[in-house]
Design a protein around this ligand. Sequence first.
Ligand code: URP
Ligand code: ZN
Ligand code: ZN
Length: 455
Amino acid sequence: MDLIIKNGTIVTPVESYKADIAVKNGKIVAIGTGFSEEGAKVVDAAGKLVLPGAIDAHTHLAMPFGGTVSADSYLAGTRAAACGGVTTVFDYPMQRKGKGIIETIEGRKEMCDPEACVDYAFHCCITDLNDGAILDEFEAAVNYGITSFKCFLVYKKEGMMVDDGTLVKILLKAKETGAMTNIHAENPDVIDLNIEQFLKEGKTSAWYHYLSRPEFVEAEADKRAIHWAKSMEAPLYIVHMADKEGLEAAITAKNDGHEIYIETCPQYLEFTCEVYKREDGRNFVCSPPMKGQESQDALWKAIESGAIDTVATDHCPFQSYEKDWGKDDFTKIPNGCAGIENLYPYMLSAANDGKISFNRAVELCAFNPAKIFGCEDKGSLAVGKDADIVIYDPNKEFTISVENMHSDYDHTIWEGKKLHGYPVKTFVRGNLVYEDGNFVGKPGIGQFVKRVGRK
Ligand code: URP
Ligand code: ZN
Ligand code: ZN
């Protein structure tokens, strides 16, 4: 054996039990007791939980956006991921007019390969069908391991939005090729109308970011996407769900038997739109914005009930000076916040506080994203899976600060948040990459995760 983790409590989505894990060549080869320790590195996890590494299914690393590029490179973002117990990161490369899917992905893969500190996968954002050539490429993309495509129903001026006709073509082609369609749901025309009005009235603070994109703006687009997915009998994954009305529509469609998956993010579970009234409100500007208390309560209820499938971060940080561009005009604030290092500790702390079970936290952050997105070797602690393992100390107290994070950004919306319990070790395919507050891995060890399409 290369590695034995012994005396810990293993957590799966359905049970927690005491056993040892044996690792060889990056794989879990046995779970039980009494393994020979000869030649193996032995880690004593007594009093600790042993968890599958989390999968952050939604990040934007080195993303050109909002007049700049998001602050975390592949190196910084995946280093931070490792330190927060995330062992696989999904990034969202952006296909642009005239460019192909695989061409787009290979461009980002080239950047990511030498830098990745954890394993990585790509969804591909589609912004233009290139007269149909993109649809013809779906099958090859799925065979390449890109099995999910994202449509923005918003960001019209940024040239990222797709119209309903394009969305329907993508839903159908994704269904035919065993892929998934992911959507960012907000109504762009109503946002633009609101923005125009607010700017005319001199209403320029971050609070008007929220008021230009309130609950019903997201709900309309959620419902529209659900309508098209249902009508086409195509699977749909709604990213960063933040509003109650859209959430309820998605849950109803799921309960009616439609294949709809719901992702939310820790920021929507922790903050409400009240943050936009703060002096530093611009630092919280992301789209969709945080919503009111009713939406937050509905999200937690759906986390508890099982209706929400995944929690991911939408990690897209910008530096303070970039956020400051919008001090006097909320439309100039680059949209996005940090979270990659906070995802698992936040959800596990919620479990430690009794809000959900540890099993449910593992299901939301590891098991479900692996299953939904075809990461066959990831997401659980079971024989034959990759040895992506987190050792979690339920008794460690931790206060988030930009000083103890491992990204490249200079502030965090999570500053001062107290967590009960914290990861103390992260292994990626058996390699130790994080230990007791320090990154101990190597850039370049992360590998591309070739995903499988839906059967
Ligand atoms: O504000 C956000 N969420 N920025 C990243 C891009 C997106 O919409 O996911
Ligand atoms: Zn989005
Ligand atoms: Zn996003």
